[in-house]
Structure formats: structure tokens, C-alpha cells
Design a protein around this ligand. Structure first.
Ligand code: GRF
Length: 204
């Protein structure tokens, strides 16, 4: 699979974005290869998806390490051992710190289920619904030391309907997540992202 960027996915939960990425790579829509799935949660649905796609996976539990740095180092060491060039967070429920960020400069992506900079953090769909916005969506961005603050690559919008609940809104947003995350990964994989300060441009 020469020429494909090696992707490591980190997921803590059900793994539907991981599935979308794995599918896009397997079908050739995304010029990448998922070489490892890492999780901090032995119950993560993502582990089953890894099996389905024959992608190696590993559980790295926080309790096996006395310090946060050692815990994060275990992720970095495993990603490096698999030759990972691009790290994709897909519902990974932890904030990454300096040693991890410095190991993969401008090489860590995240998907967030709101139109950043609105509604960062947890339960973004519920936050947006409670606020009463008429449009919401999702954002793929680079990860920096803040919470959902890194440079934005792609966003997609969805309407918020009068009879929505946080759950129906989340489902509408999730469909768009599955579409734009592989697309954003392709841009990075193909070297099409140019930085202008905190802004990114997609080269034609
Ligand atoms: C998604 O809504 C994603 O935007 C957020 O966490 C959720 C993960 O869902 N960061 P899944 O595990 O990919 O299904």
C-alpha cells in the first residue's frame, strides 16, 4: 500500500467515525491506510469494528500507568511503532497534552459535533439545541493544546428543526461527520493543506 498515509485512530466509544474512515480508506476514497486503532476503553464498540476491518487494535488503560505523561507516552510509542503519520481522534474522550502534541506536530485531527468556535467541549449537540440555534453542524480541525480550538479544515451545516430533540439533531449531524471527516483526512494525506496563521487553505 505504498503512497498511502499511515493513519492511527483513537476512539473511546461506539466508533462510527472510525468506521467511516476505515471504509473510505478501504474503498480508495481516502488516500490513507488505518494501521492501528487505539482505545482507552476495553468496552469500546470501535474494537469490534477494528476486527471487522482486520485493523490491529490495542487497549491502553489509564490505570496501568501512574502518571498522565506515561499514559500518553504509551499511546505515542505504539503509534510510532506502527509508523503512524497522521493521528485521527474519533470520539476519544481525553485531552492530549504537550508530549503527545509535540510527537505529531500538525498531524492530529479531531471531529467535533458543532460549528466551532460555538459549543466546544462535551455534549455539543445538546448545548446547541438548548441554546436554540437554527443551524448547527460539525467541524474537522487540527488538535492543539486547547479544547476544540485548533485550526479548522472543514465544516458542514445542518438545520435545527422545531421538533428536534438533542438526539435527532445529533443523528443529523453524525451523517455529516461521516462525510467530512474522510474528506478532510484526504486533504491532509494529499498534502493539500496550507497554513496561513491559524487559517487553513485547501490547495486545488
Ligand atoms: C462524535 O459525535 C464526534 O463528533 C465526537 O464524538 C462522537 C463519536 O462518535 N467527537 P463515534 O464513536 O464516532 O460514533
Amino acid at each position: 500500500m505504498a503512497g498511502l498515509i499511515k493513519i492511527g485512530v483513537l476512539a473511546s466509544g461506539r466508533g462510527s467515525n472510525f468506521r467511516a474512515i476505515a471504509q473510505a480508506c478501504a474503498s480508495g476514497r481516502c488516500r490513507g491506510e488505518v494501521v492501528i486503532l487505539l482505545t482507552d476503553n476495553p468496552q469500546a464498540g470501535a474494537l469490534k469494528i477494528a476486527k471487522e476491518f482486520a485493523i490491529p487494535s490495542k487497549v491502553i488503560g489509564r490505570k496501568s500507568f501512574s502518571t498522565r505523561d506515561e499514559f500518553e507516552e504509551a499511546f505515542v510509542n505504539t503509534l510510532k511503532a506502527y509508523g503512524v503519520e497522521l493521528v485521527c481522534l474519533a470520539g476519544f474522550m481525553r485531552i492530549l497534552h504537550k508530549p503527545f502534541l509535540e510527537a505529531f506536530p500538525k498531524r492530529i485531527l479531531n471531529i467535533h459535533p458543532a460549528l466551532l468556535p460555538a459549543f466546544p467541549g462535551l455534549e455539543a449537540q445538546k448545548q446547541a439545541w438548548e441554546y436554540g440555534v437554527k443551524v448547527s453542524g460539525c467541524t474537522v480541525h487540527f488538535v492543539d493544546a486547547g479544547v476544540d480550538t485548533g485550526s479548522i479544515i472543514l465544516q458542514a451545516t445542518v438545520p435545527v428543526l422545531d421538533d428536534d430533540t438533542p438526539e435527532t439533531l445529533a443523528a443529523r449531524i453524525l451523517e455529516q461527520e461521516h462525510r467530512i471527516y474522510p474528506e478532510a483526512i484526504s486533504f491532509v494525506a494529499e498534502g493539500k493543506i496550507k497554513f496561513e496563521g491559524r487559517m487553513t487553505r485547501v490547495l486545488k
